[in-house]
Design a protein around this ligand. Structure first.
Ligand SMILES: O=C(O)CCC(=O)C(=O)O
Ligand SMILES: [Fe+2]
Length: 352
């Protein structure tokens, strides 16, 4: 009992630390109101699959692949990519090095703790630890990954292979993002070379997530319902289920094999597409036995840029649906209200 009480006072140190204190019950700080908990076993959802090799110019299956990509962005907001060209070894090493980082002693991880959301390297816990009333069962390391040279020296130097592995993973996911955005622009019927240039100059943030086993997983969540802010997120998981998405008004569990890559539509693409493609609301559940690691790579324009609906998608019959949105507006929302559900995007909608 004594141990659990002192552990509770330490919740800012994260859930890995709580587990090391061998808590047998979830501290009050993590207990969600009943309606916010996961239902026992939501349905498993078969995700649409996009074959990246078919998107290459000249591929016989190109038209079909573009149409399945458009459908996936419109109807699901989350899909699985295959034949993506990322070497299995790069994916496996990224999971492995993330796992090793979270195994480091708290003292080493804590050095990267910061409440400064713009900090290029940031270790933390929960979703938005300065705002969350109820904490969630997650520790994370956020690494600004593009433009890289200025920030690389700030990344953790331990585990010793973290920089090398994460740089090569970041480069590969960035290329995948750029290929996907070129194809997505085509599915939207938008020709905009300047925009493609902005994607190339854009930002990339990698989020290494760690969800340790939880003694009472039914009381809490690994991440609350949220959408990601960027254009696309490339998501790598370790084969332990945890991701749920909202589809047709219901929560469903996403079943992704170890080493497979998922891609989800973020708020900026919803804005750019003037609402044609929807950012997906998703959350993470935890379990009592298996630690889980995931790596989310969030891609957008540079923080100084403004995202607007593409002028080519605003017409007399399709009026502009969203305000111009800069990164500053997002940060303001984050620090004043948090970003659970799709509250940020809702705040950018224009009334008609
Ligand atoms: O762990 C996952 O599967 C999802 C993580 C996620 O949604 C995020 O980092 O934004
Ligand atoms: Fe997310």
């Amino acid at each position: 009992m004594e141990l659990e009480e002192s552990a509770e006072a330490d919740y800012m140190k994260g859930v890995k630390h709580l587990c090391e204190c061998e808590v047998k019950r979830v501290p009050t700080k993590y207990i969600l109101p009943v309606p916010d908990r996961t239902q026992a076993e939501p349905d498993l959802l078969e995700l649409p699959i996009v074959d990246i090799s078919d998107l290459h110019p000249g591929s016989a299956g190109r038209e079909r692949a573009l149409s399945s990509l458009a459908d996936a962005c419109r109807k699901y907001g989350l899909f699985q990519v295959v034949n993506h060209g990322l070497p299995g070894e790069v994916l496996r090493s990224m999971i492995e090095v993330s796992r090793s980082f979270f195994k480091l002693p708290l003292k080493e991880r804590e050095r990267f703790m910061s409440s400064e959301v713009l900090s290029p390297v940031r270790y933390g816990t929960s979703f938005n630890q300065t705002m969350d009333g109820v904490f969630c069962w997650r520790d994370f390391l956020k690494l600004t990954s593009h433009p890289l040279p200025e920030v690389l020296s700030l990344w953790p130097a331990s585990p010793p292979d973290l920089r090398e592995v994460a740089v090569s993973y970041a480069r590969e996911t960035r290329n995948l993002f750029l290929d996907l955005m070129a194809a997505i622009m085509e599915t939207l019927g938008v020709e905009d070379a300047k925009m493609m240039e902005k994607f190339r100059e854009g930002s990339q943030l990698m989020v290494l997530n760690f969800f340790p086993p939880c003694p009472q997983p039914e009381l809490t969540l690994g991440m609350p319902p949220h959408s990601d802010y960027g254009f696309l997120t490339v998501l790598l998981q370790d084969g332990v289920n945890g991701l749920q998405m909202q589809h047709q008004g219901r929560w469903a569990t996403v079943n992704a094999a170890a080493g497979s890559l998922l891609v989800n539509v973020g708020d900026h693409l919803e804005i750019f597409s003037n609402g044609k493609y929807k950012s997906v609301l998703h959350r993470v559940f935890v379990n009592a036995t298996s630690p889980r690691v995931s790596v989310a790579s969030l891609h957008s324009l540079s923080p100084a840029a403004v995202v607007s609906p593409s002028p080519q998608l605003v017409t007399a019959s399709e009026p502009r649906r969203y305000m111009d949105t800069g990164f500053a507006a997002f940060l303001h929302h984050l620090s004043s209200r948090g970003t659970t559900a799709k509250s940020f995007l809702e705040s950018r909608k224009l009334a008609h």
